[in-house]
Write a protein that binds this ligand. Structure first.
Ligand SMILES: [Zn+2]
Length: 113
């Protein structure tokens, strides 16, 4: 399952960025055309985070809808896959958004003075 590797990367990146502070919450943007299953990341996250600065952190995933433009008629459509046809019958679609896999932000615990 490649979401496991992705989740490990996310935990590693956030852990580095946290600079030794505990992480309370992580916000992710996941595009519907990214090929990544948000549920699978959520499933892996708790186990991967265990023993790191992210242990017990909340993971919030925002899904970015997939958008594409038809190369034939320039219609923009919302789609969860590029393997679909435009209403004009063309299957030549250019993706506009939805491939994102971004760590948008994170919340850290207050530094102990
Ligand atoms: Zn079209």
């Amino acid at each position: 399952m490649h979401e496991l590797g992705i989740t490990r990367n996310i935990v590693a990146i956030v852990g580095d960025a946290a600079g030794g502070r505990r992480v309370r919450r992580v916000h992710l943007d996941v595009g519907e055309l990214s090929g990544v299953m948000p549920d699978a990341i959520a499933f892996c996250f708790e186990a991967v985070a265990r023993g790191t600065m992210l242990e017990g952190a909340a993971l919030e995933i925002r899904k970015i809808e997939g958008r594409a433009r038809c190369d034939s008629c320039a219609l923009e459509l919302v789609t969860q896959t590029l393997f679909t046809a435009c209403s004009c019958g063309s299957r030549c679609l250019t993706r506009l958004q939805g491939e994102e896999l971004n760590i948008k932000s994170m919340e850290l615990e207050e530094e102990v003075a």
